[in-house]
Design a protein around this ligand. Sequence first.
Ligand SMILES: Nc1nc2c(c(=O)[nH]1)N[C@H]1C(S)=C(S)[C@@H](COP(=O)(O)OP(=O)(O)OC[C@H]3O[C@@H](n4cnc5c(=O)[nH]c(N)nc54)[C@H](O)[C@@H]3O)O[C@H]1N2
Ligand SMILES: Nc1nc2c(c(=O)[nH]1)N[C@H]1C(S)=C(S)[C@@H](COP(=O)(O)OP(=O)(O)OC[C@H]3O[C@@H](n4cnc5c(=O)[nH]c(N)nc54)[C@H](O)[C@@H]3O)O[C@H]1N2
Ligand code: SF4
Ligand SMILES: [Mo]
Length: 726
Amino acid sequence: MQTSVTPTHCPYCALQCGMNLTPEPAGGVTVVERPDFPVNRGALCGKGRTAPAVLSSHVRLTSPLVRSGGTLVPATWDEALDRIAEGLRRTRTEHGPDACGVFGGGGLTNEKAYTLGKFARIVLGTSQIDYNGRFCMSSAAAGGIKAFGLDRGLPFPLEDIPKTGCVLLVGSNLAETMPPALRYLTELKENGGRLIVVDPRRTRTAEQADLHLAPRPGTDLALALGLLHLIVAEGRTDEAYIRERTSGWEEARAAAMAHWPEYVERITGVSVPELREAVRLFCEPEAAMVLTARGPEQQSKGTDTVSAWINLSLATGRPGRPLSGYGCLTGQGNGQGGREHGQKADQLPGYRKLTDPEARRHVAEVWGVDPDSLPGPGRSAYELLDALGTDIRSLLLMASNPVVSAPRAAHVEERIRSLDFLAVCDVVLSETAELADVVLPVTQWAEETGTTTNLEGRVLLRRRAITPPEGVRSDLHVMHELAARLGVEKGFPTDPEEVFEELRRASAGGPADYSGITYGRLAAENGVFWPCPADSPADGPADVPEGASLGAPHDGPNGEPTDTAVHPGTPRLFLDRFATEDGRARFVPVSHRAIAEEPDDEYPVLLTTGRVVAQYQSGAQTRRVDELNAAAPGPFVELHPRLAERLGAAEGDPVAVVSRRGRAVAPARITNAIRPDTVFMPFHWPGEGRANTLTNPALDPTSRMPEFKACAVRVEAVNAVEAVEA
Ligand SMILES: Nc1nc2c(c(=O)[nH]1)N[C@H]1C(S)=C(S)[C@@H](COP(=O)(O)OP(=O)(O)OC[C@H]3O[C@@H](n4cnc5c(=O)[nH]c(N)nc54)[C@H](O)[C@@H]3O)O[C@H]1N2
Ligand SMILES: Nc1nc2c(c(=O)[nH]1)N[C@H]1C(S)=C(S)[C@@H](COP(=O)(O)OP(=O)(O)OC[C@H]3O[C@@H](n4cnc5c(=O)[nH]c(N)nc54)[C@H](O)[C@@H]3O)O[C@H]1N2
Ligand code: SF4
Ligand SMILES: [Mo]
C-alpha cells in the first residue's frame, strides 16, 4: 500500500478541482483539502468529497461479466476479451469494418481518448466512432472555430473573472454544476463588477445576478441579436477594434439590425427595458466577458446561437483583450481534452481534421500506418446510436450511459437492444452495461494515472493513489488486449505515460499542441495550458501553422517576457492575433429561427432539462452514494404555481410529462423560479422519471448537437390509481 498523500483531481466535472488523497488503513482512500491548486483553492462540492464511496461501493464491478442464457455471469478476463474480439471480428467479416461502432466519453483521460480513437481507426478500421461530448460541448466548439479559428473552452484562466467589469453568463447554473467556481462571481461582485445571468429559471446562480433575464427556452439567438441591435443603435460598438481585429461585421450588423427590440421581446419574453439595462451593464465597463454553457448550446441552432453571443462580444471589442472575451464552460472532467485527441467522428489527435491530408499524413506516420488506410469521418453521436442494429451491428462503449443520457432515450435503448453484440467498459453496472453481452470492470481516477484538460485548457496530472481491486483492469489494458487479439501486437501500450509521449508527438503542430508538456512538468507545475509546443522559442517559431503565436510563445504565463527554452504554455489566447488565417476574428451573420418543435394545442408547454448539484450526469456513479441520494433522491418536475393550479397538482403529487417521444412521471416541485410556460426536469435518473424519454433528437446542422434544452410537452395530473401502480 502507498502511504503518502497523493495530490490529484476530482473524477467528475470540468473544473477538475485539486484534492489530496490519503490511503485508509483498511483500504480505500479519503479526500482531504488541497489548498495549493489555484482553481478551487481547497474547496470541493459534495460529489468530489464523496467520490471514494463509488470505488468501494458494494455495486462496484470487480469481475468481467458475460451474457449466458440471457443473464450476465462472472467470467475470466480471457473469456471476456475473447468474446469481445470474436464479436467484433464476426461483425467485420460479415458486414465490413463500418458495422463496428465505438462510443467514448469526455470522462476518459487524454491517454484513453487518444487510444480509443486510434483503436477504432487502425484496429477496427471503422469510421464509426463518436462520443458523449457531442451532447455537451459541440455547439460552442463549432462557434469558437468559426469565429476564432480555435476551440478552447475558456481562452483565459478563471482567475481573470473577478477582475473584469461585467460577466454575461448565458445558460449556466454553475452554483450547482461547479459550486467552487461560484467564488469567482462573488469576488467579481465584491470588486464592483456586474453579473448578468440569462436562464429561463431563477436558479441559485441567477439569484446572485445584478440582472436576471429569463427568456423562453430556445430563444437565446433572438435575445443576443436584440442586444446587438441595441448596442449598434446606441452607438456602443468598438469601431477601431472591429476594423483592426475582425472581418465580416457588415453582414452580421445587417442581420442584427433586422431584430428590433420589440420583436425580440415578443419572441423571448424579455422586456425592452431589461434588454436596455443588459446593454448598459455590459457595455459600460472597459472589460467584459460573455460565458456560455449548455443552456444556449444544447439547441438545434446551438452553433448559430453561440455565434450570436460571440458577435456581441466582438462588436464591443472584447475577445483578445485583457480580462475580456468569450468563453464556454466545458462540462465533463476531460470535456476539453476528450474532444482534442481523436474520439470525435471527424477528428485526429491535436485537434486535427480527419479530412486534412497533411493531418492524416502526420498522424499516420506517428501510428506507423499508411495514411490511405485511415477511414474518413463517421456519424455523430445521436446518428451513430440511431444506426445501431441496422448499419452498425456491434458496439464497443466506454464511459457513457446513453440509455439514460441520450435524447429520445427509449428509442436509443431499443436500438441498443437490437445490436448483434455490445461490449461495455465501466466501473459500475450502468443501465447501458445491463444490456451488454460483455461487461469489463475498469479502474478509475484514484486507481490510475492519466491527464485531463480542464475548462481553462489547463492540462493536469491525475495520479494513482491506491491499488485497484483484484479483477479490475484499466481501459488501456482492455484496448491493448483487444488489439492483440485482433492482430495488432504493437502500438497499444498500457502505461499511461508511454501513451502520453506518443500523444505529444501526434499532437505536435496541431491546434491543440501538447508536445511541450511532460508528466514531469505536470507533476511540478499546477498544470500547463495548451498550446504548448516542444520547440524552444529561442529556436524561432515552432512548427505550428494554425494557432501559432496565439499567446506569443515569448511570453510567460502572465505575459512577462521569458527567455527560457521551455515553452510556458498559453493561459491567455488571442492577445496578439486570432487563430484564423489572417489573424482576424470572424463575425458570422446569423438570424433567429424557432426551435425544432414549437408548442401547439396538443403539446402546449416547453420542457427544458439540466442538472442538480448532488447528482452527476446519468447518475451511474453518484446514485451509488448515500449522502448524494439523500440530497437528491429522485427525479422531479419543476413547474410554476399557475400551471400546477391548472392541473390541480400539489407539491409532491406525481405529474406526467408527455411529448411526441413518450411519457415520464415524477413528483411536482412547485416554484415561482420558473416561467409559467416552461417545466424543468433533471436528467440523472432512469426508469419512469427519465427526462430523456421526452427530449427531441433534432440536431444542429453544424455541430450535430441534439435539442436537449427545448421541446413541446403536455403536463397531466396523474390519477390516484395510476399513482399507486407507479
Ligand atoms: N451537479 C452536477 N454538476 C455537473 C454535471 C452534473 O451532471 N451534475 N455535469 C457536468 C457537465 S458534463 C456539464 S455539460 C455541465 C453543465 O453545466 P450547466 O450548463 O450549468 O448545466 P445545465 O443544468 O445543463 O444547464 C444550465 C442552465 O441552462 C438553463 N437553460 C435551459 N434552457 C435554456 C435556454 O434555452 N437558454 C438559456 N440561456 N438557458 C437555458 C437551465 O435552466 C439551467 O439552469 O455541468 C457539469 N457539472
Ligand atoms: N436531457 C438531457 N440529457 C443530457 C444532458 C442535458 O443537459 N439534458 N446533457 C448531456 C451532456 S452535457 C452530457 S456530458 C451527457 C453525459 O451523459 P453520459 O454520457 O451518460 O455520462 P455519465 O453518466 O458520466 O457516464 C459515464 C459512464 O462511464 C463510467 N465511467 C467513469 N469513468 C470511467 C472510465 O475511466 N472508464 C470507463 N470505461 N468508464 C468510466 C461511469 O460509471 C458512467 O457509467 O449527457 C447528456 N444528456
Ligand atoms: S465542482 Fe466538479 S471537480 Fe470540483 S469537486 Fe465538484 S464535481 Fe469535482
Ligand atoms: Mo456535458
